[in-house]
Design a protein around this ligand. Structure first.
Ligand code: MN
Length: 320
C-alpha cells in the first residue's frame, strides 16, 4: 500500500480509539523517546487515555522532553486493556523488549508498528515503516503533516530529537536531504534545536568528562593495523560511578581524529562478562571486520561484542 494511504488509514483507525499504549524500545535512545513523546502529546491533546511505556526509563539527559516524567516501566500496565498498542523505532518485538508482554495482552488491541529500520519484521496490524527515513521521528512528522495535525513547539522539539540523534546531528551516513528538509520545517513549528544540542551534546557530567579523558589519554596506535585503539575497563566505570553507556559519543568523537590512523577501535567492558568493540573510520570498511566477530553496522561505523574482560597492564591493556 502507498505510504500516504497507510498514514491516512492509521489516522482513521486511531480516531475512535480511547485507550492507547505507546511503547519505545528498551534502553530508549533519542529517536524512541522523541517519537513516543510527540505522539503521546498529540493523543493527550486529543483527549485520549494514553500510556507511555519503556522497559528502561529515559536517561536524565532527555529531561527537556515534554513527556519525560510520563514514562513508566511498570510491567503491570500490560494487565490493562487497550484499544491500540503502538510500538516505535523497533524492528521487532524482541528488540523492543516486550515480545512476551504484547503477546499476552488482554482483549485484542490493534497493533501498530512505526519504524525506519531496514530489518523491520512488519509485525503490526498496521505497519508505518519507511526504511528510507532518517528516523522514526521523521516518519511521525510525516504522519502529522499529512493528516494536518498541528505540531506544537514541544512536539517539534521531541521530533527534532530523533532526527538529530539518529543522524549524529546531520553528520553520519543516515543523513538525507529529506531529513534535513523535515528538520527545517520542525524549526518553523518551534523546535528548540539549541535546547536539544545543549542537553545531548554539551551536557556532560564531571564523571563522564573524566571517562572521556581516560579514553583520550589511553589512545594508542597499532601500526601494523593502522588502527588507533583505546579502552575503558569495568574498574573505570565503578571508580567514576558511571554506567557503561557513558561511553556513548566517544567513538563518534574519535572518528574525526583518524588522520593518523585509518580506523579507531574503542573497547569497553559491559559489566556482564562481555566487551563491546566500537569501530569508526572515514575510509576503511569497518563493517567487514565487525562481521568477522559476529557484529555489524555501517561501512564507517560498526561494532561487535566478544566474551571477556579488559585488564590494564604496564604497557596498555589485555583481554582476559
Ligand atoms: Mn531510530
Amino acid at each position: 500500500m502507498d505510504f500516504d494511504l497507510i498514514i491516512k488509514r492509521l489516522y482513521d483507525v486511531l480516531r475512535d480509539k480511547k485507550r492507547v499504549l505507546l511503547i519505545g524500545h528498551q534502553k530508549p535512545d533519542g529517536d524512541a523517546l522523541g517519537s513516543t513523546s510527540a505522539f503521546y502529546s498529540w493523543l493527550k491533546r486529543d483527549g485520549k487515555d494514553a500510556v507511555l511505556f519503556c522497559k528502561d526509563l529515559p536517561a536524565n539527559q532527555y529531561r527537556y522532553l515534554d513527556a519525560f516524567f510520563d514514562y513508566t516501566n511498570d510491567e503491570n500496565i500490560f494487565n490493562s486493556e487497550y484499544d491500540a498498542v503502538i510500538v516505535f523505532d523497533s524492528g521487532d518485538l524482541v528488540y523492543a523488549g516486550i515480545a512476551d508482554f504484547v503477546g499476552a495482552l488482554p482483549g485484542s488491541p490493534i497493533l501498530v508498528n512505526i519504524d525506519h529500520h531496514k530489518t523491520n519484521q512488519f509485525y503490526g496490524d498496521i505497519n508505518l515503516v519507511d526504511v528510507e527515513a532518517t528516523s522514526t521521528c521523521e516518519v511521525v512528522t510525516r504522519f502529522f503533516e499529512t493528516n494536518r495535525v498541528l505540531i506544537d513547539s514541544a512536539m517539534a522539539t521531541s521530533l527534532m530529537t530523533g532526527i538529530l540523534t539518529d543522524t549524529s546531528h546531520f553528520s553520519n551516513a543516515a543523513t538525507t536531504g529529506r531529513g534535513m528538509e523535515i528538520a527545517g520545517r520542525l524549526v518553523s513549528y518551534g523546535a528548540r534545536i539549541n535546547e536539544v544540542a545543549n542537553f545531548l551534546l554539551k551536557n556532560k557530567s564531571l564523571p563522564i568528562l573524566k571517562l572521556w579523558g581516560l579514553a583520550l589519554e589511553r589512545l594508542q596506535k597499532n601500526e601494523s593495523q593502522d588502527l588507533a585503539v583505546t579502552y575503558i575497563t569495568n574498574e573505570d566505570f565503578k571508580r567514576l560511578g558511571v554506567e557503561p553507556n557513558a561511553v556513548e559519543g566517544i567513538p563518534n568523537f574519535l572518528q574525526a581524529v583518524t588522520g593518523n590512523a585509518e580506523a579507531i577501535l574503542v573497547l569497553h567492558d559491559k559489566g556482564d562478562g562481555t566487551i563491546k568493540a566500537s569501530m569508526r573510520s572515514v575510509s576503511r570498511d569497518v563493517a567487514v571486520i565487525a562481521k568477522l566477530f559476529g557484529g555489524g553496522g555501517h561501512k564507517l561505523a560498526a561494532g561487535f561484542t566478544v566474551e571477556g574482560a579488559i585488564r590494564e597492564t604496564a604497557t596498555g591493556f589485555e583481554v582476559v
